[in-house]
Design a protein. Structure first.
Length: 172
């Protein structure tokens, strides 16, 4: 694993934050609204969207130098976002301690959407988070991902569209 250097203050922030901090950013009613938005988005396309909000990395991950991108890819696997029929799952991963946002798209979608599009989405979400608008930023990100998935994997009009992955927001 490539070394990802962090200053001591960042180590302390990672060790200080926990799942309670994730819940503070997104209280129960916000989680329900976001889950409903994911569900409504997925009705329009064949893709799957997962959102993971992680407060901080464990001491082991910090010691190994795990980067936010590496952690997002790990969560992509753990949440089985890769396990969709059309290989078109998307994970939006927020790492609060590093104030980093990573968007990981499965190969079916990443072949069709350039990396700059995902970076732009992460940048816009980052601006919303910096202004304290976590829910609004995620709502906008869900809409943008939904539009991309609808453009490349629209749901057929009269065919079943199974929900392959849970819509619930994951708080770590």
């Amino acid at each position: 694993m490539a070394e990802f250097k962090r200053p001591l203050s960042t180590w302390l922030r990672h060790l200080w934050l926990d799942a309670t901090d994730s819940r503070r950013q997104l209280p129960g009613d916000a989680l329900q609204r976001l889950e409903a938005t994911v569900r409504a988005s997925e009705a329009r396309h064949l893709g799957e969207l997962r959102i993971c909000v992680e407060a901080g990395l464990s001491l082991t991950r910090l010691w190994r130098g795990q980067s936010p991108r590496q952690r997002a890819i790990e969560c992509f696997g753990l949440l089985r976002v890769w396990d969709t029929e059309h290989n078109n799952g998307v994970l939006i991963h927020l790492l609060l301690a590093d104030r980093r946002i990573e968007v990981v798209a499965d190969r079916g979608l990443s072949q069709r959407v350039p990396p700059e599009t995902w970076q732009s989405l992460a940048d816009h979400l980052g601006q919303a988070l910096a202004q304290g608008q976590v829910e609004a930023g995620l709502q906008q990100a869900i809409a943008q991902v939904g539009d991309l998935l609808h453009a490349h994997f629209p749901a057929p009009a009269h065919a079943p569209n199974p929900n392959e992955l849970p819509d619930a927001i994951v708080l770590i």
